[in-house]
Every structure is written in C-alpha cells, then in structure tokens.
Write a protein that binds this ligand. Structure first.
Ligand SMILES: *[C@@H]1O[C@H](CO)[C@@H](O)[C@H](O)[C@H]1NC(C)=O
Ligand SMILES: *[C@@H]1O[C@H](CO)[C@@H](O)[C@H](O)[C@H]1NC(C)=O
Ligand SMILES: *[C@@H]1O[C@H](CO)[C@@H](O)[C@H](O)[C@H]1NC(C)=O
Ligand SMILES: *[C@@H]1O[C@H](CO)[C@@H](O)[C@H](O)[C@H]1NC(C)=O
Ligand SMILES: *[C@@H]1O[C@H](CO)[C@@H](O)[C@H](O)[C@H]1NC(C)=O
Ligand SMILES: *[C@@H]1O[C@H](CO)[C@@H](O)[C@H](O)[C@H]1NC(C)=O
Ligand SMILES: *[C@@H]1O[C@H](CO)[C@@H](O)[C@H](O)[C@H]1NC(C)=O
Ligand SMILES: *[C@@H]1O[C@H](CO)[C@@H](O)[C@H](O)[C@H]1NC(C)=O
Length: 395
C-alpha cells in the first residue's frame, strides 16, 4: 500500500523523474516532468529546450514513459520538435498545464516560417498517447490573421506516428490549421475541442493527409475553415459525433491540386451536426488531377442554417485542363435540418461525371421563411430516394 501511495503521488506529477518500482503491475513507467528539466512555466520564458531535453529522456528510456506537463503553469514554446523513433515502448504526454505560442513577431524572430512550420511537431513516435486532461494549447493566432498572405504555422502536427491516441484536448486560435495528421496509420482523436473565430483564415480543425485507420470522435470544432479536411491518399477515416460550426464543414479535399494523383476512400462521417457552417458534407476536387474519391459515406447529419449542406464541386478552380479525379460511391443518408442557401444540394461534377451517388432519407428545408430549398445537378449519376428537396439523378 505504501508503495502504491508513493506511485500515486508520483503519477500526480509532483516529483519526477520517478524511477517508480511498479513491478507489482509488471511494467516500468518512468515519469519526466518538464519542470525538472528547467522549464519555467511562467508564460514568458522560452521553455522549448527544457521540453526537448525532457522528451529525449522520455523517448530514450526502456519500457513505458510519461512526459508530464504539470497543471497551473503556462509554457511558452516555439517550433518544438519531439522526435522518434523511441526506445520507450509507449509514451504518454500528460498535458495538464497550458502551452502558448509566442506572438507573431517573437515567433518569426530569427526563424524562417514555411509551409511546414508548427508550434509542436511530433514525428516517428509509435504508441503515443496525448492526454490533454485539463490542458490547453493557445496558438495566439490573432497576431497572424491580419496578414492573410503570410505563411503561417500550424499548432500540432503528427508526422509518421502509428497507434496514436489524442484525447481530452482543447486547442484555440491557431495561426493556420490546428491539428495535422500526416503519414499516420492508426489514430484515435477524441474529445478534442478546437475554437477559433469564424472569420479567421485557414484555421482548419483537423487536417488528415496520407493517413489511414483514423478515428475522430466526440469533438467540437468552431473554426474559420474546414472542421475536418481529408486529403491526398487517406483511407479508412471515421468522423463520428462531431459538432461543427462555425466553419466550412467536413471536406474531402481539395484533391487533385496541381495535377496531383490523390486517392481517398472509405470515409465514414456519421452522427455529426453542422451549425452555421459555410458547407456541410463537401467533396472538392480540382480539374486536372487524377486518382479518386470513392466509398464516402455521410450519414445521420443534423443541419442548422448550414450553407451548401451537401456539395460536390469538381470545379474547385477555373484552371481547366484534361482529365480529372473520379468521384464515385458517395452516400448521403439521413440528413435533417435547415439550409441557409435555398440551393441545398449541389452536385457539380465534371464532364467525366460522378457515379453511384446515393441520396436517401434527406429532409432539408430552407431556413428563410417561405423560401423553398432546391437541388442542382450536373453530370451526377446515381439514385435519390425519400429526398427533399427533390433531386433527379440519372442512373
Ligand atoms: C536507446 O537506448 C540505447 C541503449 O541504451 C541508447 O544508446 C540510445 O541512445 C537510445 N535511443 C534514444 C532515442 O534515446
Ligand atoms: C524495467 O527497468 C529495469 C531497470 O532499468 C530494466 O532492467 C527492465 O528491463 C525494465 N523492464 C521493462 C519491462 O522494460
Ligand atoms: C469539449 O466540449 C464539450 C461540450 O461543450 C465538453 O463537454 C467537453 O468537456 C469539452 N472537452 C474539452 C477537452 O474541453
Ligand atoms: C498519393 O499517392 C500517389 C501514388 O503513390 C502519388 O503519386 C501521389 O503523389 C500521392 N499524393 C500525395 C498527396 O501524397
Ligand atoms: C468506421 O465506420 C464504419 C461504418 O460505421 C464501421 O463499419 C467501421 O468499423 C468503422 N471503423 C472503425 C475503425 O471504427
Ligand atoms: C449520436 O449523437 C447523439 C448526440 O451526441 C448521441 O446521443 C447518440 O447516441 C449518437 N448516436 C450514435 C449512433 O453515435
Ligand atoms: C459548376 O461549376 C461551374 C464551373 O465553375 C460553374 O460555372 C457553375 O456555375 C457551377 N454550378 C453550380 C450549380 O454550382
Ligand atoms: C421530382 O422531380 C422529378 C423530375 O423533375 C419529377 O418527375 C417528380 O414528379 C418530382 N417529385 C416530386 C415529389 O416533386
């Protein structure tokens, strides 16, 4: 019992590193508290190096390890890179305190910000759990948004991390996208709340690219751009019980930009709400790309004043060349609620067409009193059953 108490004490993160004898549970778990590596946690000092050193220990240890970011503290970091591969068989990042980004000018100071810049980049770490219980990451985006043409950094990027779990995390005000999941296989992201103003530029909630077997669930996204964007070479992506809005909806794409060969398949968006969003269920592709978006399912969707609740746009640019991505096997089933546009359903496919589009059990009405919602279709083939507004698809 004494030993158990000691361990509980250590688990709470007051003392670290903890070379806790956990032989009674059969595995080692070693704790590394950033404070013990010199982090100040005063919200002003740059704690990046302390985080990196604590991480190197957590990563290099044998068995399981925990990086503790303790509560009631504010850590300022900049371009923090937590890199693997690690010796540790599993790592838990316990984010109980707050992490803040510097303001734009302090961030840029001495650094080049490019498309790959992030507040925090975690790469090549397998079996990682990030638990944000009580914690917060603040991107201080207001110092960047005024400069719409600036290259802006993202907050949290996971690159090549397999068997990832991220939960109970609040992220606010990213300069650009909040979370990016890239080249990951196997991830569960749950109870993640993201918030940025509806007019903040490019502040996507979660971007998923070149990844598979990803679950995003039980989360709330209030953003200035896509709540979730699923792009090039991603498959087996489930988004369930997501509250989106404001924001640009849940998007497949854009795909095929600069003639890219992008493939997306097996996406299940289920039991989500779109409230005051610019789009709801969206697929957007550029003319000229190759690849496909197929086996996409949007089901059990509640709409409240969403513009473009259902939209396929294969003309995401006016830049016209030959070819195009194929959009096929897309199901919209169980949509209910109101559309801010009278044009509630838009299936705008390129001349090569979209195939096997299924509309079923859809009931969308205009949010304007007296106005009637309608559907426009170009080159889309498939079926519509129990669908209001009436859509006539050719089979
Ligand atoms: C893993 O452990 C080995 C042997 O102790 C050590 O040499 C190496 O630096 C460790 N790797 C990391 C990433 O710390
Ligand atoms: C636990 O740590 C001890 C001492 O560092 C080491 O010998 C042992 O291999 C570790 N056990 C596991 C399961 O990693
Ligand atoms: C996210 O928001 C929901 C609904 O407001 C709330 O129940 C939940 O505790 C929040 N989670 C976090 C991590 O902030
Ligand atoms: C997707 O994969 C294809 C084929 O491997 C490759 O040509 C293309 O560049 C990839 N696209 C992205 C966005 O990674
Ligand atoms: C994703 O959703 C589909 C449809 O609900 C389900 O069949 C599949 O098992 C889900 N995948 C995961 C990994 O949960
Ligand atoms: C759908 O979401 C609602 C509200 O979040 C929840 O009560 C219900 O159980 C969910 N159903 C499924 C199938 O996820
Ligand atoms: C479809 O896209 C074309 C090309 O951008 C555009 O001219 C047309 O207005 C669009 N139709 C709808 C219904 O959005
Ligand atoms: C739906 O539209 C089709 C084609 O315009 C028409 O034949 C059909 O009667 C309409 N159905 C309803 C319920 O309005």
């Amino acid at each position: 019992m004494q030993r158990l108490n000691t361990c509980l004490y250590l688990i709470l993160g007051f003392v670290a590193p903890c070379f806790c004898d956990t032989s009674f549970v059969g595995t080692n778990n070693t704790f590394f508290n950033v404070i013990d590596y010199g982090a100040k946690g005063d919200g002003k000092s740059d704690d990046t190096q302390a985080f990196v050193t604590a991480w190197q220990h957590a990563c290099g240890t044998q068995g399981a390890s925990t990086l503790v970011i303790p509560p009631k503290t504010v850590f300022l970091v900049r371009n923090l890179r937590l890199e693997g591969p690690c010796n540790a068989t599993s790592i838990l990042i316990q984010l109980q305190g707050e992490i803040v980004a510097p303001a734009k000018n302090e961030w840029i100071n001495g650094l080049t910000i490019d498309e790959e810049s992030n507040l925090i980049l975690i790469s090549k770490v397998n079996s990682l759990t990030v638990d944000g219980n009580g914690g917060l990451i603040d991107g201080y985006g207001s110092t960047w948004w005024a400069c719409k043409r600036c290259t802006r950094p993202m907050i949290l990027k996971f690159l090549s991390c397999n068997d990832l779990s991220v939960s109970n995390l609040m992220i606010i005000n990213s300069p650009k996208a909040h979370i990016h999941v890239n080249f990951c296989d196997g991830a569960i992201l749950s109870n993640i709340n993201i918030s940025a103003p509806g007019d903040s530029p490019n502040t996507d909630g979660i971007d998923i690219s070149s990844s598979k077997n990803i679950i995003v669930e039980d989360s709330t996204f209030e953003t200035g751009d896509d709540c979730i964007a699923i792009t090039g070479n991603s498959s087996y992506i489930n988004a369930t019980r997501i509250a989106c809005g404001p924001g640009h909806g849940i998007s497949i794409g854009s795909l095929g930009r600069n003639n890219a060969n992008d493939r997306v398949e097996e996406v299940h968006v289920r039991n989500c709400t779109f409230t005051n969003t610019k789009n709801g269920a969206r697929i957007k592709t550029w003319i000229g790309g190759s690849g496909y978006a197929r086996k996409i399912y949007f089901e059990q969707i509640i709409l409240s004043q969403a513009k473009n609740p259902i939209i396929i746009n294969q003309y995401y640019s006016d830049y016209v060349t030959n070819g195009g991505l194929e959009v096929s096997d897309v199901t919209y089933r169980g949509f209910q609620g109101t559309s801010l546009n009278d044009k509630a359903i838009t299936l705008n496919c390129s001349s090569s067409g979209c195939f096997n589009i299924v509309l079923d059990q859809i009931n969308i009405v205009s949010s304007e009193p007296g106005a009637t919602a309608y559907c426009t279709i170009y080159n889309a083939r498939g079926t519509a059953t129990s669908t209001v507004p009436n859509c006539s698809l050719s089979t």
